[in-house]
Design a protein around this ligand. Structure first.
Ligand code: ATP
Ligand code: MG
Length: 402
């Protein structure tokens, strides 16, 4: 039997409500492995013990565990009898064949009735590994760390710690609706908020029926990438072209972008309430484009009925691009498209909008009607990870193709 041992960081610092975070983490781990049958998980001290089924390959276990927020690091670990000889043998077995020349042992006793102290275990097992494999001990900068966690039922031996995703388990801090544009910034913003434990649904405004559906497809691709971190999400696709045309017909050029944005936030607020989201999230960054000046952001956000999270507000474009590359969304984000915002965008947009002027510009509109028309035309795409192949359907497909 193999275990995944996930180690906490922030969760370990939580006090009396730690169990809430741990329960969410367990749910999320179960979800990310929902196509496998995991054993019963247990939280022991600052770690989660997850029994893995034999048919789950190591590589998949590692790839999936990396997606789970709330784990600082994790290891694949093998339980043995609580006996020095058995532990030493397992430690040598786990280190054998790994590309390491130096190592250290890090033992921890969760069960202090074990007759040796942790440093004593380190020394004894370390000597056995040197003897068996001829590796060099290096306490400060080892190529390999072998962890030994002594629990009540067994000692768990693992070779190497793998960096986890960090942060807090998705869902532990609530739910928000993310405005996903198809650009570089918003997927990064989504990642950062999910890392703070926020569950996200998404909304994308596209220019159809007036322009092609390229931005819509990009939004679906990006959400498909992001859902790996949260298991399930809904992407709401709002056709925005007609509404924009109404704005264009009645609004002087400079204020149009501010009006588009205010309508987006009104529609997003209404959708958020329907899905039980308590906040909105955007990829805005101060000063990046005309709609993101201090004055415009203030006037735009007045149209929202929920608080807005802007995790990128203090980041510059290069930092955001670096994170988009690490996240794996950059290549999709830079594909050419035509979202609703490239439609009808004036050459010289207002950068210092005043609320009174904006409200005057909005006075000809039947706002509730426009918002409800947009919502009624909204299409919802439900995404999940891992994707479940319907086995009966898959079987039928093979049958008919033979
Ligand atoms: P991004 O790279 O995310 O597109 P940007 O630099 O292009 O950002 P803006 O176009 O001003 O900046 O958009 C600011 C934020 O407003 C976006 O990060 C996103 O959260 C939201 N937004 C803009 N356009 C759309 C859209 N078509 N659908 C949904 N949200 C949008
Ligand atoms: Mg954009």
């Amino acid at each position: 039997m193999r275990y995944l041992i996930g180690r906490y960081h922030e969760i370990a610092l939580k006090g009396r409500n730690q169990w809430r975070f741990v329960n969410q983490l367990k749910t999320n781990v179960r979800n990310v492995f929902s196509d496998y049958r995991l054993g019963r998980m247990q939280s022991v001290g600052p770690r989660l013990m997850v029994p893995l089924p034999d048919e789950l390959p190591d590589a998949i276990a590692i790839d999936r565990a990396r997606l789970v927020f709330g784990l600082q690091n994790f290891s694949l670990s093998y339980p043995v009898e609580r006996d020095l000889v058995a532990i030493s043998k397992e430690a040598a077995l786990r280190a054998r064949g790994l590309p390491a020349r130096s190592f250290r042992i890090t033992a921890r006793r969760e069960d202090k009735t074990f007759p040796m102290t942790s440093p004593q275990i380190d020394r004894a097992v370390g000597a056995a590994v040197v003897e068996a494999l001829g590796l060099k001990v290096d306490l400060h900068n080892p190529d390999l760390t072998i962890s030994i966690e002594v629990m009540r039922d067994a000692a768990y031996v693992s070779a190497g710690k793998i960096a986890g995703a960090g942060g807090l388990p998705v869902g532990a801090t609530g739910k928000a609706l993310g405005l996903l544009s198809g650009g570089i910034d918003s997927p990064v913003a989504a990642y950062r908020m999910m890392k703070r434990g926020l569950k996200l649904d998404f909304v994308h405004f596209h220019g159809q029926p007036l322009v092609s559906s390229a931005s819509r497809e990009k939004a679906v691709d990006l959400a498909t990438h992001l859902v790996r971190y949260e298991g399930q999400t809904a992407l709401m696709l709002v056709p925005f072209g007609i509404l924009q045309r109404e704005i264009v017909a009645q609004t002087l050029r400079p204020l149009r972008v501010v009006l588009y944005r205010r309508f987006m936030l009104r529609i997003a607020s209404a959708l958020a309430e329907r899905v039980g989201a308590a906040a909105l999230m955007t990829g805005e960054s101060l000063g990046q484009v005309a709609s993101q000046t201090l004055e415009n952001m203030a006037v735009i956000e007045k149209a929202a009925s929920l608080q807005i999270f802007r995790p990128l507000v203090g980041m510059d474009k290069n930092e955001i691009i670096e994170q988009a590359r690490a996240l794996g969304t950059f290549e999709t984000s830079i594909l050419p498209d035509q979202d609703c915002c490239t439609l009808f965008v004036p050459a010289h947009p207002e950068t210092h909008a005043r609320l009174a002027a904006v409200e005057a510009a909005e006075s000809p509109f039947d706002i509730p009607r426009m918002v409800s028309d947009a919502i009624n035309a909204t299409e919802v795409v439900r995404l999940s990870f891992p994707q479940h192949v319907d086995e009966t359907l898959a079987a039928k497909a093979t049958e008919s193709s033979t």
